[in-house]
Design a protein around this ligand. Structure first.
Ligand code: G3H
Ligand code: 13P
Ligand code: ZN
Length: 287
């Protein structure tokens, strides 16, 4: 299956009222789990590599693994840079064959976020790739900020509409109360804000930090306009948790393929469940 763009899969998701899962990956086993899950669910899927993944595995390895995975699946796959930090990094990923990039300049003042995002859109357009940007700040749970302070970083609907019009991005990541990593308490999402953003912004919206949310919360977010659901921590927990159990239960095992293979199976099941939650199972045709 050839690579498809974020614009294509999210356009179909918007028309069908569902979302597409975007799964982070740092190694071969998790990539295989993503591919196997999408194939089993007959679902489009977004494979995303973060700058941390690129530092860990190397861009060439990741891109080559993704090409191998693509050759083996028959469902549409988007190859996406997650939280790209610079113009140079975006260009490297486009050259490596990514069909989509995120430029995350959300920590910069609005005008600088706008300017950098516009440059990225220009470069991505030249090779037919899509662009996701972020407005507002989706922090990490480790960021020690109180809820009231966090709300100051939530996405403003008017600003979002202006940002999307000015930059021409294909998807927008919004800050509505989610955070990256494991939640300490029950996350409270600002659904009204999400609806206001969706009413004003013409492109599909992205939910970062979707691990650990209640299934009803994810469903409601999708009902209100989320079309891309980013998941990393829940996969890490399944993969590393199973790996840890396997190593503890079989202290004499010397073949790394056994614990890694078991962890891969565990990750596959978690990803399949996320695809079903997104409502994208069976939607591989017609993208
Ligand atoms: O949103 C961030 C992703 O969970 C990637 O995390 O920077 O540790 O690769 P990472
Ligand atoms: P989680 O690790 O909280 O699932 O967040 C993933 C994410 O937003 C990747 O961009
Ligand atoms: Zn994220």
């Amino acid at each position: 299956m050839p690579l498809v763009t974020l614009r294509e899969v999210l356009g179909a998701a918007a028309a069908g009222g569902y979302a597409v899962g975007a799964f982070n990956c740092n190694n071969m086993e998790v990539l295989q789990a993503i591919a196997a899950a999408a194939e089993a669910e007959r679902s489009p899927v977004i494979v995303q590599f973060s700058p941390g993944a690129i530092r860990y595995a190397g861009l060439e390895y990741l891109a080559a693994m993704a090409r191998a995975a693509l050759r083996q699946v028959t469902v549409p796959v988007v190859l996406h840079l997650d939280h790209g930090t610079s113009y140079e990094q975006v260009i490297q990923c486009l050259v490596a064959g990514f069909s989509s990039v995120m430029i995350d300049a959300s920590h910069l003042p609005l005008e600088e976020n706008l300017a950098l995002t516009k440059e990225v859109v220009k470069a991505a357009r030249a090779v037919g790739a899509s662009v996701e940007a972020e407005l507002g700040r989706v922090g990490g749970v480790e960021d020690e900020i109180a809820v009231a302070e966090r709300e100051a970083f939530f996405t403003d609907p008017d600003e979002a509409a202006h940002f999307v019009e000015q930059t021409g991005v294909d998807a927008l990541a919004v800050a509505i109360g989610t955070a990256h990593g494991r939640y300490r308490g029950e996350p409270r999402l600002d659904f009204e804000r999400l609806s206001h953003i969706a009413a004003q912004v013409k492109v599909p919206l992205v939910l970062h930090g979707a691990s650990g949310l209640a299934t009803e919360a994810v469903r409601e977010a999708i009902e209100r306009g989320i079309r891309k659901v980013n998941i990393d921590t829940d996969i890490r927990q399944a993969f590393v948790g199973r790996l840890r159990r396997e190593l503890l239960d079989h202290p004499d095992e010397l073949d790394p393929r056994r614990p890694l293979g078991a962890a891969r199976e565990e990750a596959t099941e978690v990803i399949r469940a996320k695809l079903r939650l997104c409502g994208s199972s069976g939607k591989a045709i017609g993208v």
